[in-house]
Design a protein around this ligand. Sequence first.
Ligand SMILES: [Zn+2]
Length: 117
Amino acid sequence: MRKPKVICLLMVILMAAALAAIGCESGSSSGGKTGGGNGGYGADQSYVIRACQANMRTLEMSAQAYFASTSQWPHSLNDLVPSYVRAQSLQCPAGGNYNFRITNDQLIIVCPNGHTL
Ligand SMILES: [Zn+2]
């Protein structure tokens, strides 16, 4: 459980770099349009929240699977890709990456836009 932090950080950075490289090769179709402003619906705020909640549930379940096999919580999405999560860019639909916060041996997925489950 008690790995030196430096090594963890290094691994995260390395994995992020590797993912970025992979993303560049395959990502041209999925990468581009995130915001998009599709349609004129003022009410699509609730769609965003629901999509965000679905993402967080996916992350939670994946994190639990990760925990089951490693006895550690993942520190970021990078720890989960590609073995536990397929999507390399699982982000809040309103933009931004989720934060993984570990408190009292519990993992909490935190949306950068304050959405909650
Ligand atoms: Zn969100």
